[in-house]
Design a protein around this ligand. Structure first.
Ligand SMILES: C[S@@+](CC[C@H](N)C(=O)[O-])C[C@H]1O[C@@H](n2cnc3c(N)ncnc32)[C@H](O)[C@@H]1O
Length: 276
């Protein structure tokens, strides 16, 4: 508890990020990751392996960007540091411990960028979004050779859905279409970068009881179909005892080592008039 409080206090963040829960969420993720170190290990190894394989295929390794870099648990940071001239870590919050690790390790080619990659509130319709791509900033990063979307896509959907529920109450149809639009917008932008794009994301979760009975199944993609993945696995985000003694929550994760190629092959969600 003391470590969590210290983390909260020492993490550089705006008042807005402290108030809206972003810092608290990151600290909670850090604490859960520590508690569930063993349960999460396979997920983290699988995720890093997909990114490592993609890095191994690149002809140029000038600048790499990691979206949702967070605690760098599922990100091959050592390989990125060693291979790339410049590594940009993008997240709502970069915890004090991650910054300290970079400082003590003298990560001279690694930069922290605080950024909301879901898009800000400005210019939105009620429950809608401004339409501008929140990943447009990537176009102004010179010599971009690799972007890793590191387990952040579903978080964009979760936050958008929570906001939609707040605004719309029971009449969710329009706002839910907007959640899907935001997810597709991330995918479109990632695929259209002209740089290698690696996508790692959880697409659904299941809540199960100890008898294996499914209590809940939740589609984190809100109906947006992805192309066939290069790898897929289960991530026991909340094993028995984490949320409650008698239930577990397991996420289905997929990974694409070359998302641009897969998405443009058109096997995923078809283009539609709704695209933002
Ligand atoms: C499940 S964690 C990813 C874990 C991370 N890749 C790691 O290796 O530790 C999701 C991360 O996405 C970040 N995130 C969520 N929504 C975001 C947004 N709108 N913009 C930027 N980062 C966001 C969270 O702060 C968190 O660090």
């Amino acid at each position: 508890m003391l470590a969590e409080l210290l983390h909260f206090a020492l993490t550089p963040a705006s008042m807005a990020a402290r108030r809206d829960g972003s810092v608290a969420d990151s600290v909670a993720l850090w604490a859960r990751g520590n508690r569930q170190r063993r349960a999460w290990a396979a997920h983290e190894t699988h995720a890093r392996a997909v990114a490592e394989a993609a890095i191994g295929e690149l002809r140029q390794t000038r600048t790499a960007v990691v979206l949702g870099s967070g605690l760098l648990r599922d990100v091959p940071i050592e390989l990125l540091r060693a291979r790339f001239k410049r590594v940009v870590l993008v997240d709502l919050v970069h915890l004090a411990s991650v910054r300290l690790r970079a400082l003590l390790g003298r990560w001279g080619n690694v930069e922290f960028m605080v950024r909301d990659i879901a898009g800000g509130e400005e210019g939105r319709d009620e429950g809608g979004d401004s339409g501008a791509s929140p990943l447009a900033f990537l176009r102004s990063i010179p010599d971009l050779d690799l972007v890793i979307s590191a387990n952040v896509l579903s978080q964009i959907g979760v936050a958008a859905r929570a906001r939609a529920e707040e605004i719309a109450g029971a009449d969710l149809d329009g706002p839910l279409a907007d959640v899907a639009r935001r997810l597709r917008r991330h995918l479109d932008a990632l695929a259209g970068l002209g740089a290698r794009a690696v996508l790692i994301t959880d697409i659904a979760y299941r809540v199960r009881d100890r008898a294996g009975g499914e209590i809940e199944h939740y589609d984190l993609m809100h109906g947006v179909a992805l192309p066939p993945a290069d790898a897929r696995w289960e991530w026991p985000v909340a094993p028995f005892g984490e949320i409650r003694r008698d239930i577990e929550r397991v996420h289905d994760v997929v990974a694409h080592g070359d998302f641009g190629r897969a998405w443009s092959a058109g096997v995923g969600s078809p283009p539609d008039a709704d695209r933002g």
